[in-house]
Ligand binder design. Structure first.
Ligand SMILES: [Zn+2]
Length: 426
């Protein structure tokens, strides 16, 4: 009766020993000891089975371009933006597609099956937009790629950028982006937030802006973003990415700001790998961490996700599409090493970004898509601790990636013959 049964699964909420029955690409049953013959069975042997990882913030037009045309010597945000400006005129569509497709292969192997990627719309040729729309079409059978129209150089800085953004939306880009802190003045930044939210409201689209990505305690575009979300009736449809200035803001001001954000049901995306490296660059010592106030925002009931942001591009030389690495860094920077904090960090790379992307059929309930990852770990904490191997990745009930469990063979007198860094499973 089932096409496939995943037996003896441990779920992220701690329930264990459950069988997951899959039929026609969807979860058809989650029960103990499911009876019946099936086409295929996978024994999870008590290991963690989770819905896939979701990256709510990425730049797929620049990924895997590290060193093109040169490396970022200072490692700073501004040299990265300048470098991207040098690379942009040299881009050809085929190479963007090739790099993005290669990254999507990595993503699938890491159990990362949904990505929201910003795509720069400031290039009058809209080359990257065309390329990523093609990638979105190609990967659709195995990966949900959501695109954000991102005016990297500011929507108000150069004449014609608003038209390019509208053109990108007409071509099929899903979400409205922005970068208010990069506009010329605070007033222009606020005007850009208003303009872009109105465009999204009119078209019925979601909003996700790079917002206050600086250490300036007075960069307060997030306040405008929350205000506009509320004014336009877009509660739960607007997200602020980075919000790093919140790290440096006055505590009294933040005590007023967070309830305003909660009222607008603003989504929040921190990008810990990038925020910890790019922020605090003007500090001597002590150096600020520069990540937004993740535990406080979570405590206020906001949906907070951790994004990867960059992999091997002008801004970041490292990364491999591993959202467990992102969660690992996020919980360190946010000092979330208590048990609940670690579990919340796992949610920040799975269920929370799925909510921000408005993904349909995501989860472990009956009727959800059978998009699942079996990890070499007994739960979310061990998964993050070991950056666990993805043993099986399923998309719509079909195994799309598999990996042998990692263990080292030892040759030590009187000691076990191998070691896997995991605690024993059933
Ligand atoms: Zn970004």
């Amino acid at each position: 009766m089932f096409d496939l049964i995943l037996r003896r699964a441990t779920l992220p909420d701690g329930r264990t020993g459950l069988d997951i029955g899959i039929k026609d690409g969807r979860i058809a049953a989650v029960e103990f000891s499911l009876p019946g013959a099936t086409g295929e069975e996978i024994d999870a042997t008590g290991r963690l089975v989770t819905p896939p990882f979701v990256d709510a913030h990425f730049h797929m037009d620049s990924t895997l371009s590290y060193g093109m045309p040169r490396v970022n010597r200072s490692g700073t945000l501004l040299e990265g933006i300048a470098l991207w400006g040098e690379l942009k005129p040299q881009l050809v569509q085929d190479s963007i597609i090739e790099r993005a497709m290669a990254y999507c292969d990595w993503a699938v192997a890491r159990g990362l099956l949904a990505i929201r990627s910003h795509v720069d719309v400031c290039d009058p040729r809209l080359l990257a937009v065309e390329a990523l729309l093609e990638v979105k079409r190609r990967v659709a059978p195995y990966l949900d790629l959501q695109l954000v129209a991102f005016p990297q150089d500011g929507v108000l800085r150069a004449p014609g950028t608003e038209e390019l953004l509208l053109q990108a939306l007409d071509m099929g880009v899903d979400v409205v982006g922005g970068i208010p802190h990069f506009e010329r003045t605070m007033a222009d930044g606020a005007a850009s937030v208003r303009l872009l939210c109105e465009i999204a409201a009119e078209r019925g689209l979601l909003v996700d802006m790079h917002c206050d990505e600086s250490d300036d305690p007075l960069s307060r575009h997030v306040e405008t973003l929350a205000y506009e979300a509320h004014r336009l009736g877009m509660q739960g449809r607007v997200t602020g990415s980075h919000l790093t200035s919140m790290h440096s803001m006055d505590n009294y001001y933040v005590s007023k700001l967070i309830p305003l954000m909660a009222e607008a049901r603003l989504g929040v995306i921190a990008n810990p790998l990038i925020n910890i490296t790019l922020q605090g660059r003007h500090d001597t010592y002590p150096k600020r961490r520069g990540m937004t106030r993740v535990p406080e925002l979570m405590a206020a009931g906001l949906t907070v996700a951790f994004g990867h942001d960059c992999v091997m591009d002008p801004w970041y030389p490292l990364g491999s599409g591993d959202m467990l690495e992102v969660a690992h860094m996020g919980l360190h920077v946010g000092q979330m090493t208590g048990h609940d904090g670690i579990v919340a960090s796992f949610d920040a790379v799975t269920a929370n970004p799925a909510r921000l992307l408005h993904l349909d059929g995501y989860g472990l309930e009956v009727g959800c898509h059978a998009d699942l990852v079996v990890l070499q770990a007994n739960g979310p904490v061990e998964a993050i601790r070991t950056r666990a191997t993805r043993l099986f990745v399923l998309r719509r009930g079909r195994v799309v990636s598999r990996c042998a469990p990692v263990r080292a063979e030892l040759d030590l007198p009187g000691r076990p013959q191998s070691v896997a860094f995991t605690t024993p499973v059933v």
